[in-house]
Design a protein around this ligand. Sequence first.
Ligand code: DGL
Length: 282
Amino acid sequence: MSDAPGIGVFDSGIGGLTVLKALRAALPPSERLLYLGDTARVPYGTKSDETVVRYAFEGARFLTRRGIKALVVACNTMSAVALPELQRAMPFPVVGVIGPGAEAACRATKSRVIGVIGTAATVKSGAYPRAIAFHLPEARVVARACPLFVPLAEEGWVDNDVARATARTYLADLRGGGIDTLVLGCTHYPLLKTVIGEAIGPGVTLVDSAEATATVVRRRLEEKGLLAAGAAPAGSAAGATGGAAAGRGHFYVTDSSERFLEVGQRFLGQPLGSLELVDITG
Ligand code: DGL
């Protein structure tokens, strides 16, 4: 692996691959992406704030030791609970997913009634309503925790009867409540986009903060003069397809890697590259 500092992408598990995928589309192919999935301790979304902050620092320090020039906190729960502390402590730009997702939702809504779904910790934190109020003070936010979506995504059960019944049950209250925009406020939820879209019904825009985050990361790197040399992929906006993908990423996981490999490859549509089992608690 090259010694050039990379970009750390940290999630509690597999869901952050949604952000990695968007980063690959938004950044030059020479950019090195170091992904850390804390698969031994996922989910974070059911844990206390103190525990999430501790895990966040352990992961951030682990990636720092591997050599990074920026950190993307790809996990909504960590972004909701630990982002300001990480930003204060780390000597490089730290970008979370909540600000970019909230901004994208404010751009998308016409009714100004925005739904947010996420983990229990993310919903409890109030981070999305605060970020939405910052951009669109008159918006009304209806939030709902959907904890079972996380194990479904980790298991790869994203398009079966169990996933459909779970989505219908969680989203029954939100459906028909006037929302025209629904923020998928958890890294894992874009994997269930199809069943979530069916359950919430037509006419509701699903906002996936991954692409919005990738755009912000690119901008921050440019502003700081940190963007790797080389042309961006064709149509370099986040979410674009085509062209060489950025970063032959390196993947670190904290627990057995088999399911991560299988679900991750299926999700990214290509082999993950090198995968390493690590202990980040030291
Ligand atoms: N990555 C977490 C998030 O985006 C979901 C999984 C978890 O609870 O750890 O909130």
